[in-house]
Design a protein around this ligand. Structure first.
Ligand code: NDP
Ligand code: MG
Length: 382
């Protein structure tokens, strides 16, 4: 029996992890959860899974008023650190959204435990810090992001990445597949949130609609697999059945396929020698119609920024990530139109917020500075 600490339990990935646990109660016990503020959802989770610990980021009062609760409520960074380091925790799942997940990823990377990582933003913003730290502490990072988990599965049994010629990361193209940026000036929030294949949290759904998600994933892959960006191709695959493809030096290409269902990479990441069963939708191969198309030319500027981040490293990823988070938040709040998301990223990236220091304090500092600059750019559009 493995004890699981699920950080970001009340989100979309949280739902999928809980579903896999519920189907494998003999293998997994939900030991602890964390959330930001969605107490009502956390109550449902505690009722069904009875985790020992509940860490609530935004509500200190729960901690002091917990006398009648069968769960132990926690709050603040010190509690989070204790929970992550708890000897009883075997597997940590980091499914917090956005840069807010960096703190937990940073703490988890130093535990020597198995870390299932959904929070790509912590790798984009802090890859140069997190990966060496995980290596130093023998922390095993297993990606949950479907493309990276697919690559992970395609590399199984090989001698690392030595014989890899190319890795192709697939993108669904999102709800605006085949539309150019100039067609997207007037799209409404609900249209951008209406992803054709995946049901996800709002931030990543907008990232998928802009295709910035794929650019974040390029950086994530460069760090997780320790390969130069030139090894990675981004290609649009509207059906989201093939989640990525690894091509070897001998001409073989190995891919991982499944219905678009996050429980598949999660079940794989949770597995230990044996596969973990879930109730999945089988693919009907005789009716499958798979297609591929080029990454749209008018989004190449943002892909090139991601490639620059991969090449230069240091804090450029923090700048890219923070400018995107402010742009997405501003679109969600109705401050800017959809097409301006790109402009906020481009203009903020050009401001040249630089530091070679890759400590956690410096990353937090660069993140703050970038948010201030990105907000100025947003203001210039209002
Ligand atoms: P959601 O928005 O659905 O959930 C986010 C979770 O993080 C919630 O539990 C939320 O708590 C918690 N959270 C938010 N801010 C904070 C904070 N400041 N401190 C502590 N907890 C916080 O996001 P998703 O589940 O969609 O995505 C999670 C991560 O996984 C993202 O990094 C995303 O890119 C990645 N990912 C998601 C996929 C998906 O299918 N959803 C696919 C691949 C990757 P509360 O509910 O209380 O606000
Ligand atoms: Mg993905």
């Amino acid at each position: 029996m493995k004890n699981i600490l699920l950080l970001g339990a009340t989100g979309s990935i949280g739902d999928s992890v809980l579903n896999v646990i519920s189907k494998n109660r003999d293998l997994f016990n939900l030991f602890g959860i964390s959330l930001n503020k969605n107490i009502s959802k956390s109550m449902k989770i505690t009722k069904e899974f009875s985790p020992k610990y509940v860490h609530v980021n935004e509500n200190e009062s729960l901690k002091t008023n917990q006398k009648n609760s069968s769960n132990i409520y926690l709050n603040g960074d010190e509690d989070l650190q204790h929970l992550i380091n708890d000897q009883e925790v075997d597997i940590i799942v980091c499914a917090i959204s956005g840069f807010a997940g960096l703190k937990a990823t940073y703490m988890s990377a130093q535990t020597g435990k198995k870390l299932l990582l959904a929070n790509k933003e912590s790798i984009v913003a802090g890859g140069d810090l997190i990966l060496p730290l995980a290596k130093k502490h023998n922390t095993e990072i297993v990606p949950i992001d479907s493309e990276h988990n697919a690559i992970f599965q395609c590399l199984a049994g090989e001698s690392g990445v030595e014989d890899v010629k190319k890795i192709t990361i697939t993108a669904s193209g999102g709800p605006f597949l085949n539309s150019s940026i100039s067609d997207l000036k007037k799209v409404r929030l609900q249209e951008a949130l209406n992803h054709p294949n995946w049901n996800m949290g709002s931030k990543i759904t907008i990232d998928s609609a802009t295709l910035v998600n794929k650019c974040l994933e390029l950086i994530e892959a460069r760090y997780l697999f320790d390969l130069d960006e030139k090894y990675f191709d981004l290609v649009v695959h509207p059906q989201s059945i093939i989640h990525s493809i690894v091509t070897y030096l001998d001409g073989s290409s190995i891919c991982q396929m499944s219905s678009p269902d996050m429980r598949v990479p999660i079940a794989h990441a949770l597995s230990d020698k044996r596969r973990v069963p879930i109730n999945f939708d089988s693919l009907n191969f005789s009716s499958l119609n798979l297609s591929f198309q080029e990454f749209p030319l008018d989004r190449m500027q943002v892909q090139n920024i991601a490639r620059e981040v991969c090449i230069s490293g240091s804090n450029l990823g923090t700048v890219f990530n923070a400018s995107n988070e402010i742009a997405v938040e501003s679109f969600i709040n109705g401050l800017i139109s959809f097409d301006k998301i790109y402009e906020v990223i481009y203009r903020t990236f050009d401001i040249n917020i630089m530091s070679k220091d890759i400590s956690i304090d410096s990353i937090n500092d660069i993140d703050k500075q970038t948010r201030i600059e990105a907000k100025k750019v947003v203001k210039s559009f209002i």
